[in-house]
Write a protein that binds this ligand. Structure first.
Ligand code: AMP
Ligand code: MG
Length: 301
């Protein structure tokens, strides 16, 4: 079990890995696309407490394995680069999505996406504890998945030793054989509404519980058919970085992503998906019926 470095104001844990991944990717984006906006989850203000020097030291120690120029000022600059507002064209990053899964030694993902005019154009998902984009494999070589709008979606081993394979969603057309993906953390969704929907649709298989955007990777590779995120009182709107990379990967693998009412996700509303409630991801075949059942039986209740 990895220890959280700090606890954020919303009481969620954050680790050295969250800060280091955001610093490294922030540095690369600053150097490669200096004119693009960058919107990332972690805030260097989190470093202002008494643990700050020690945390910065640990982040720096880790970063030195991958890059030069590692000073406390540069680390704060690279992490702080991600505090920009979303613009016409911007990158969005969740440096470690599923931090609770990461701490538990379970699924987590590093998720980066490029958004232009409110629509995701590129998405990359690194899932170190997932094999072949679909099977949990803690401590294994991991999976990287990538998609570019209108070009396709592919996956390969994070070890770099494998050819890129195209991703394709399932062809399952009945709810009887369908598998639903849901957050491992019950507090991150609405489990009673998930159960209610499954009953109305006649889904028989138990839901697959998984942390992070790894769920999108699993759905894009034919291993599951539906993914549901219900809003909660604590978290009424989705953060853009929690969905963006997965959206284009699933869509380019042949699937469909909307909110729970069937509306397209609008990434032009700021750091949250303020124009949408919840998220529904599917293999495409099961989408319309699921939206109808949600509207008729679940969302009104
Ligand atoms: P998951 O890995 O599916 O559990 O989703 C992780 C994401 O859920 C985190 O990155 C958070 O942004 C988001 N989240 C955190 N707390 C909540 C909550 N109470 N309700 C819904 N989503 C949450
Ligand atoms: Mg996240």
């Amino acid at each position: 079990m990895v220890e959280p470095a700090l606890t954020k104001n919303d009481r969620s844990p954050v680790t050295i890995a969250d800060f280091a991944a955001q610093a490294l990717i922030g540095k690369m984006l600053l150097e490669t696309f200096p004119h693009d906006a960058f919107v990332a989850e972690e805030d260097p203000q989190t470093f202002t407490g008494p643990q700050a020097p020690e945390t910065l030291g640990r982040v720096g120690h880790f970063l030195s394995r991958f890059t030069g120029d590692v000073t406390p000022e540069n680390i704060c600059k690279w992490i702080g680069h991600g505090q920009m507002a979303p613009a016409k064209r911007y990158w969005t990053l969740d440096p470690i999505d599923g931090t609770k899964g990461f701490l538990r030694g379970d699924q987590y993902a590093v998720a980066l996406a490029l958004v232009v005019d409110g629509k995701v154009q590129l998405g990359v998902l690194g899932c170190p504890n997932l094999k072949d984009s679909r099977t949990p494999d803690v401590g294994g070589k991991g999976t990287i998945s990538f998609a570019a709008r209108s070009k396709g979606a592919w996956t390969a081993s994070l070890s770099g030793s494998q050819q890129w394979q195209p991703l394709k969603v399932s062809g399952r057309k009945t709810f009887e054989e369908a598998i639903i993906l849901r957050s491992y953390e019950a507090r991150h969704t609405d489990t009673s509404r998930t159960s209610q929907l499954m009953q109305k649709l006649g889904v028989r298989k138990p839901p697959l519980l998984m942390d992070s955007l790894a769920k999108y990777s699993v759905l894009a590779s034919n291993e599951a058919d539906l993914l549901l995120r219900f809003p909660t009182d604590e978290h009424p709107y989705e953060c853009i970085w929690d969905q963006a990379a997965g959206v284009v990967i699933v869509e380019e693998a042949g699937g469909k992503v909307t909110d729970l009412e069937g509306k397209a996700l609008d990434f032009s509303q700021g750091r949250f998906l303020l124009a949408n409630r919840g998220v529904l991801v599917s293999n495409g075949h099961l989408h319309t019926q699921t939206v109808e059942a949600l509207k008729k039986h679940v969302l009104k209740a």
